[in-house]
Each structure stands twice: as C-alpha cells, then as structure tokens.
Design a protein around this ligand. Structure first.
Ligand code: NAP
Ligand code: GDD
Length: 336
C-alpha cells in the first residue's frame, strides 16, 4: 500500500485529495498545525481513515520528523496562506509560509526521503498581469500580490530541486477551483453563501469589490485528480490545469441569483474595501499539455459549478429554516 503525505489537509483541496487517494487504496497521512480550535470539518467523511501528524510549514524540524516517521511515497504540498487579499495585509507571513515553506519542504525531502514523488501547489496567480492569453506552461510570470510573488518563489524552488538533485518534483499551475468546501472569504463561496442568506432572510445585500475581474473557474474535485496523475507520470513535469473558459465575477453573481429566481442587480453593491492594491484582471488557462500527457479532463462546467455551490449553501439553510422568504428553491433540494 502506498503512503501519501498531504500538507494542508484541513483545506479545500486537502479534503478532496484525501478522499480520492483513499478510494485509490492509499494510506493517507495529513499534516495539521496546532490550533486552539482545530477543524477537521472538511474531511469529516474520512476522518477516521486519515492519520494526522502535527507539524507546520514554519517549523523545519517538524517537517523532517514527520517524513522520517511516515516514509511517504508521495507528498502533496498544499499548505499555504492562500488568500490573495490577506497577503497584502500580511506580506511577511505569506512569504514565510507560501514561499519559504516550500523550500523547507524541499529541504526535508532532500535530507530525509529524496526518492519521494513531490507535488507543489503552484498557482495561476503567478501569471498576474498576463503576458499572453490563454496562459500556458511557457507563459512568463508577472505576479501582482505578495501571495503571487511567494508562489513564484515556491514554483522555481521546486524546478530547481528537480534540476539540482534529480528529484521527482512537479508543480501544478492550477487555475481557480472552487466547491461547496471553499472558504467563505473567496469570492465564489462568498456569493453562494450570501445568495442563501438572502433567500432565507438573514441578509439583504452582498457587498463585493471588482465585478469585472475574470477567472477560469473549475471544480476542486476535478483538479485534485490532476495532482495525482502528475505524480503517476513517467517523468516529473509542470502542468497548467484549467477549464479553458473565463467568466466575470458579475456573471458568477448573475447565474447564482438566477438559480433562486432573483436579479443580482437588486442585491449586489460595490464596496471599495474589497478592491486590491493591484488586481489580476483576467485569467484563462490552456490545459492542452495535461489533456495530452495525463489524459486529464474537467467534468464540471461553469454553470454546473455555480449551481452546485448555491444549492449546497441553500441546503444547509433549508435544514434550519424549512421555508424561503424570497425567491424560490431548486426542485432538487429536500427538506430533511
Ligand atoms: P485552503 O483551503 O486555504 O487551505 C490551506 C491549507 O494550508 C489549510 O489546511 C491550512 O491549515 C494550511 N496552512 C496554512 N498555513 C500553514 C502552516 N504554516 N503550516 C501548515 N499548514 C498551513 O487552500 P486550498 O484552496 O485548498 O488550496 C490548496 C493549495 O493550492 C494552496 O497552496 C493554494 O495556494 C493553492 N492553490 C489554490 C487554488 C484554488 O483556486 N483553490 C488555485 C491555485 C493554487 P489551517 O486549517 O490550519 O489554516
Ligand atoms: N475574495 C473576494 N471578495 N474577491 C472579490 C470580491 C470580494 O468581495 N469582489 C471581487 N472580487 C474579485 C477579486 O478582486 C479577484 O479578482 C476575484 O474576485 C477572485 O478573488 P478570490 O476568490 O479571492 O480568488 P483569487 O483569484 O484572488 O485567488 C484564488 O485563486 C488563485 C488561483 O488563481 C485563491 O484560491 C488563490 O489561492 C489561488 O492561487
């Protein structure tokens, strides 16, 4: 039985990846950092089948101890301070975790288990002020946030360790991917959660920043399959993972409100607090290499994603309130 070691197990991607690898017959070890209120909610469905190791990307010795203890075959480095907006408020912390944290993981691998297969969670945020559209593996990076800068550092550190030490190290340059498990600070989940609040009378408004920003949004459950495929390949390489479509925040709002029979223009207000000092206006990925070499394809399209997220947030409220106060509910929802 192969052992997979996942940093960021408590996050969105960590939970989907843990479920997927367990289904594939892996032993899964997840790294969690110490917290006064530790949350295993996202991977609750498989909690009893995941072994937890306590460690932190800020603490080199904890990483080495865990790798020595668990001797993994595959490592997925998903942990990061991943919220772009916060990276402007906490640039040093973000650099330390999201950038230097990768170097700490790579050093731990080099010293403890150099034959392991290593996945680094790189990001389309590295393309930032894009130099070409669509973006592919060869597109130059031009990050627009401390988070993006830190991800570029982690990306090149991974490439450098592959070239210097012949390590099986891959970077997945993943475009935005979402799900009902997405944190509520990210725009998609903020919208789906507010739609449900508005329908059940908890809130009357949704305050957002730049409605014209465009993203290539996919479903997290599709994207974690690509991570696994990268580590099963014959050679370690970097891959763009994306849907190949781009939509605006405004369009996400339109479809999300339409799902419950409401017009987003009646509820969405623009609030300057949610704008960023520098913005990434457009992302659109070309995943041709992953399709050809890994046989990877996304299964959920944009409308399917929006509806999945809105329905999940409605379902949670429906279980509490039974009746909506505005709009209507999709037929597929059930009162439990
Ligand atoms: P997420 O939900 O924000 O999860 C981040 C994880 O990192 C959490 O488990 C968090 O633990 C952990 N973490 C933060 N600081 C840590 C530290 N110092 N030591 C150990 N763990 C720490 O992120 P996600 O959406 O699942 O994304 C997974 C990875 O992919 C991240 O690296 C992200 O930057 C990258 N990425 C995401 C996307 C996307 O659209 N989702 C796209 C491209 C790349 P706590 O629960 O303790 O906070
Ligand atoms: N969060 C947020 N909140 N974003 C808003 C809001 C708002 O109220 N209003 C408009 N936006 C815009 C942001 O300015 C940005 O252009 C876009 O919505 C998406 O923002 P986020 O959902 O916060 O995601 P992100 O694109 O900045 O970063 C995510 O994707 C990256 C991959 O490109 C994160 O998951 C990163 O970790 C990931 O690397």
């Amino acid at each position: 039985m192969k052992t997979a070691f996942i940093t960021g197990i408590t996050g969105q991607d960590g939970s989907y990846l843990a479920e997927h690898l367990l289904e594939q017959g892996y032993k899964v070890v997840g790294m969690m950092r110490r917290s006064a209120t530790p949350s295993t909610a996202r991977f609750a469905a498989v909690e009893d089948r995941v072994e937890i190791g306590h460690g932190d990307l800020l603490d080199q010795s904890s990483l080495m101890r865990l790798l020595d203890e668990h001797k993994p075959d595959e490592i997925y480095n998903l942990a990061a301070q991943s919220f772009v907006h916060s990276s402007f408020h906490e640039p040093i912390h973000t650099s330390d975790v999201t950038g230097l944290g990768v170097m700490r993981m790579l050093e731990a691998v080099r010293l403890v288990c150099p034959k392991v297969r290593f996945y680094q969670a790189s990001s389309s945020e590295m393309f930032g002020e894009v130099h070409e559209t669509p973006q592919r593996e060869t597109t130059p990076f031009h990050p627009r946030s401390p988070y993006g800068v830190a991800k570029v550092y982690g990306h090149w550190a991974t490439v450098n360790y592959r070239e210097s030490y012949d390590m099986f190290a891959c970077s997945g340059i993943l475009f935005n991917h979402e799900s009902p498990r997405r944190g509520k600070e990210f725009v998609t989940r903020k919208i789906s959660d507010h739609v449900a609040s508005i329908v059940f009378g908890e809130k009357d408004q949704l305050a957002l920043g730049n409605l014209d920003a465009r993203r290539d949004w996919g479903f997290a459950g599709d994207y974690i399959r690509a991570m696994h495929l990268m580590l099963l390949a014959d050679t370690p390489e970097d891959y763009v993972i994306s849907t190949g479509t781009t939509e605006s925040v405004r369009e996400f709002c339109r479809i999300a409100f339409e799902r419950v029979g409401l017009n987003y223009e009646d509820y969405v207000v623009v609030d300057p607090r949610f704008f960023r000092p520098a913005e990434v206006e457009l992302l659109l990925g070309d995943a041709a290499k992953a399709k050809e070499k890994l046989g990877w394809e996304p299964e959920v399209d944009f409308r399917g994603l929006v509806e999945m997220m809105v329905d999940a947030d409605l379902q949670t409220r429906l279980d509490m309130y039974k009746e909506p106060t505005r709009g209507f509910l999709p037929d597929t929802l059930k009162v439990s």
